[in-house]
Design a protein. Structure first.
Length: 305
């Protein structure tokens, strides 16, 4: 019957339309936040919309996968305790490490790597990057941290979480050119906030705002023992809800071609007529760029010949 068919068509259009809206759901910070964090929320949501391939709050997926992320480590107590819990639960996570603490605790840093977690960059000194020039951000905060992690573990992280989640647009643009990913969070556990971070409060917050593709903010610094207490139960609750755990790079992969292998590099040298030389075998030549390329944990520079 005609009216019936028309009804089916209209319903299908509505369903398809709502799917397309769902697919385009703009990135957001899921927490209900107090007044003083409203500006922050607006800023990061705008940055995630404007730089969709560089600045992330979460992963775009309908699958029940989440990334637990731990900032401000390593330290001597909470980070090892967290690693023990994660090992027991068989969960892989991402640690956004502070360079000056990596320098202090190289053994814990290596342990994070050995146990299969992702190591990422949380600046050298935990300064607010908005107060620094782009040049200082790269040379004093970001590059030294990734170089040190690379020296210790063989992996050069190109994932950054700025301290306090705060970064200027023009710093995002600079990092975008260099192929970095900046990953904030879509769900704040508030474990950093002493007025609401009992283990129960941390778990309650995560359960309330959990969503597919969530990037969950937690901490593994010296002061975050409440996080350690909450973690086993937090993992259980998420597992009960059917969530699987992924690292940030599994949820938000670096684009193809971002990583260079030695073979690829040799091919590129022949084509371009430049040599790539390890810093340790410093040759005579013109050095271009102050960062160079890190391959297999070694810093290479371009040299004309
Ligand atoms: Zn931090």
């Amino acid at each position: 019957m005609r009216p019936k068919r028309l009804f089916v068509i209209i319903i299908s259009i509505i369903v398809l339309f709502s799917f397309s809206i769902m697919a385009k759901k703009p990135p957001r910070l899921y927490n209900d936040l107090p007044g003083y964090l409203q500006d922050f929320k607006k800023t990061v949501e705008r940055q995630a919309r404007e730089y969709p391939d560089t600045f992330y709050l979460s992963a775009t997926t309908g699958e029940k996968v989440v990334a637990l992320t731990f900032d401000d480590g390593p330290d001597l107590d909470n980070t090892p305790a967290i690693l023990d819990i994660l090992g027991e639960a068989g969960v892989k996570v991402t640690f956004f490490l502070v360079g000056e603490k990596v320098e202090k605790y190289p053994e814990i840093t290596r342990r994070i790597m050995r146990e299969g977690h992702q190591l990422a960059n949380h600046s050298w000194s935990h300064s607010d990057l908005r107060d620094l020039s782009n040049e200082n951000i790269l040379d004093k905060e970001i590059f030294p941290t990734s170089r040190l992690i690379a020296r210790l573990t063989g992996n050069y992280p190109r994932y950054l979480r700025p301290p306090y989640g705060a970064i200027k647009d023009r710093t995002i643009e600079l990092l975008e050119q260099k192929g970095w990913k900046i990953v904030n969070w879509s769900l704040d556990s508030f474990d950093w906030n002493n007025s609401q971070n009992t283990p129960d409060e941390i778990i309650e917050k995560v359960e309330r705002y959990i969503h597919p593709g969530a990037v969950i903010l937690l901490h593994s610094g010296e002061v975050n023992s409440s996080t350690v207490e909450a973690l086993p139960e937090l993992i259980n609750r998420l597992k009960e809800k059917g969530y699987k755990f992924r690292t940030v790079e599994e949820l938000i992969p670096q684009g193809k071609g971002d990583y260079l292998t030695i073979d690829k590099l040799k091919e590129l040298s022949r084509t371009l007529g430049v040599a790539f030389v390890k810093r340790s075998n410093w040759p005579l030549g013109v050095i271009i760029g102050h960062e160079g390329l890190l391959i297999d944990g070694d810093l290479y520079h371009f040299v004309f010949y």
